[in-house]
Ligand binder design. Structure first.
Ligand SMILES: CC(=O)SCCNC(=O)CCNC(=O)[C@H](O)C(C)(C)COP(=O)(O)OP(=O)(O)OC[C@H]1O[C@@H](n2cnc3c(N)ncnc32)[C@H](O)[C@@H]1OP(=O)(O)O
Length: 421
């Protein structure tokens, strides 16, 4: 079988009239039906075609896809940094392992660096794909399945906290009105969270349909505090499962639950675990240190059913990334950062003082040597330098430097990205 020579394949931004071809290649790469119904294609064209879309073309046919869009990722301490969010990455099966992803990624990351983005971000379909491009897994996610009858709520268990707050069910239109402001509050307090644009709210509440048959309207609940402030919101769907003896055996699956106060968090989980007929609650993708299991009178009723890497980051500007975050104590660290792509490498002095941090190129000798992908693991505070040293991924050049790194970089709560993109 003869393969086309990689350089005969054109990698470039697509023209608007190539969108249908690009979309067909995208669906092919994701093992979906290649051709979308015309009305869905049109909705996608209207919303996506003018964005940053790359394609690879072999004899005029699109054989690879790549899309990036502007995003913000919340650093430790709450400052959002400019991110190049990457999605829709595919290479058609006939054209894989010939460097097409490498070419698209190189072109996108170079442009992002030139634009001044601080990081690039993505959710990886498979673990081994993105490390070679300087990405590291920066957050993880957990999903729990709650066995509701065992959870301990109900007539003999604790009642919903009496704090004057209330849960009300609302419609999609209310979610589009109330959700964005609540989410802005959430993401400013949640390292690893990413921004949502208006299109996110439209697509995720059914106002804009990107799929012909995948939309089923969920139920939406809102928690308001005693003074009427919206402090939490949940979207969930129930199935319609019944046992042989006519017992209700429904599962409620959480599509998203965001809260900005502990009262809202407690109230919404209590609500989900006390809906008649519901015997199982699937939590959806939660933070790895979510308090959820401990909110239940019997935490063992929450079984961990998914645990996986989630948001991957690629630092494009080490100095700005390190200066954007906060640190629990003062200290100094010289980092020798290797970056095979030549985008962000160098030796940096991180100098954390009580009034803020500076990170500048230095000629002082290094305390730690590591790859840019491993600095991405450390940046949000989730990974420990000590663990990476055990793996041989971080090299300690000065005795004790690993401990200093962990004291500076780790956080008391773990980072979390609630979104899939
Ligand atoms: C953010 C997102 O959109 S995630 C979605 C990612 N897409 C998918 O998983 C869809 C199915 N897979 C694909 O379309 C393709 O396999 C891609 C896009 C993952 C990779 O595209 P390719 O053009 O084959 O990658 P490319 O040839 O540039 O590979 C570069 C290197 O990565 C390695 N690599 C690429 N994909 C994988 C993989 N899935 N698993 C392990 N290694 C991989 C290659 O072996 C190659 O290694 P080498 O340089 O040592 O030879």
């Amino acid at each position: 079988m003869s393969h086309p020579v990689p350089h005969d394949i054109d990698v470039r931004p697509i023209a608007e009239d190539e969108f249908a071809d690009w979309q067909r290649a995208l669906n092919t790469g994701f093992l979906l039906e290649p051709t979308l119904p015309p009305e869905i294609l049109e909705v996608r064209r209207r919303n996506l075609a003018s964005g940053r879309l790359l394609g690879a073309f072999d004899r005029g046919r699109c054989v690879a896809t790549f899309r990036s869009f502007p995003q913000e990722v919340t650093a430790v301490g709450g400052t959002p940094v400019a991110a190049d969010a990457i999605t829709s990455v595919t290479v058609t099966p006939t054209h894989r392992r010939r460097g097409l992803l490498t070419r698209m990624m190189g072109s996108d990351l170079t442009a992002a660096r030139e634009r001044g983005d601080v990081v690039a971000s993505l959710i990886a379909a498979e673990y081994p794909i993105y490390g070679r491009f300087g990405f590291g897994p920066a957050t993880t996610t957990n999903e729990w399945t709650i066995d509701v009858p065992r959870a301990g709520f109900g007539p003999r268990g604790p009642a919903m906290p009496e704090d004057g707050g209330r849960v009300d069910l609302v419609d999609a239109e209310d979610v589009r009105k109330l959700g964005p402001e609540l989410h802005e509050r959430l993401r400013r307090g949640q390292p690893g969270a990413v921004s949502r644009d208006e299109l996110w709210w439209q697509v995720n509440t059914g106002a804009v349909r990107f799929h012909a048959d995948r939309w089923r309207e969920p139920c939406y609940g809102v928690y308001r505090s005693a003074d009427g402030e919206v402090e939490g919101m949940v979207a969930y769907r129930c199935d319609d499962t019944w046992g042989d003896a006519k017992q209700p055996l429904n599962t409620a699956t959480v599509l998203g639950l965001m809260t900005v106060t502990p009262a809202a968090e407690r109230a919404l989980w209590y609500y989900l675990c006390s809906i008649d007929w519901v015997v199982r609650v699937k939590s959806g993708w939660r933070s790895p240190d979510d308090v959820l299991p401990l909110l239940l009178p019997d935490p063992r009723a929450a079984r961990l059913t998914t645990q996986a890497d989630w948001l991957w980051l690629r630092l494009l500007d080490v100095a700005r990334a390190m200066e954007a975050r906060s640190y629990p104590s003062a200290g100094e660290l010289v980092l020798e950062v290797a970056d095979a792509a030549g985008l962000a490498g160098g030796r940096y002095l991180l100098d954390v003082a009580p009034d803020g941090a500076s990170c500048t190129p230095t000629s002082r000798s290094a305390d730690l040597t590591l790859d840019v992908s491993d600095l991405a693991r450390l940046w949000l505070g989730d990974e420990s330098a000590e663990r990476l040293a055990v793996l041989g991924r971080v090299r300690e050049e000065r005795a004790g430097a690993v401990r200093v790194a962990d004291a500076l970089l780790r956080t008391s709560r773990r980072p979390w990205c609630p979104d899939m993109f």
